[in-house]
Ligand binder design. Structure first.
Ligand SMILES: [Zn+2]
Length: 135
């Protein structure tokens, strides 16, 4: 699990300025993408692009590993990097079922601010969270 967490926390080319990205301006270049316009304000029509969260599915163990925010756990540099101030910096394991219950097709594990819901707490597994330990 740690190797997948490390992969999703990759910062290759992080030194490049996201504004220069020809595909989507303000979109960073790494997998753990800290997209920014280097501003503390933003226009809705000009939002930067970047990683919001990261997920790993482990079907053999029926575990959904979820990292709210950037999986690297670094703090945002600018306020246009939305929701990153609460990044967990680790993958938290949640159990899931085979989907036998058709009535419950949506589960809410966290709030939009990254707080784990009571349902999420009930479904956390006893496995240790996975971290990438990146710089
Ligand atoms: Zn990162």
């Amino acid at each position: 699990m740690t190797s997948l967490a490390r992969l999703l926390s990759d910062h290759a080319n992080r030194e490049r300025d996201p504004i220069d990205n020809p595909l989507l301006p303000a979109w960073g270049y790494s997998i753990c993408n800290h997209g920014t316009r280097s501003k503390n304000s933003y226009l809705h029509e000009g939002l930067p692009w970047g990683t919001v969260s990261a997920e790993i599915l482990q079907p053999s163990k029926k575990v959904f590993w979820y990292a709210y925010g950037w999986p690297c756990g670094q703090q945002p540099e600018y306020s246009d990097q939305l929701f990153q101030e609460n990044s967990w910096g680790k993958f938290v394991p949640f159990g899931f079922t085979d989907g036998e219950s058709a009535e419950q097709d949506t589960t809410v594990l966290t709030t939009i601010d990254g707080e784990i819901t009571p349902f999420g707490l009930q479904n956390q597994t006893d496995q240790q969270p996975a971290t990438a330990n990146v710089s």
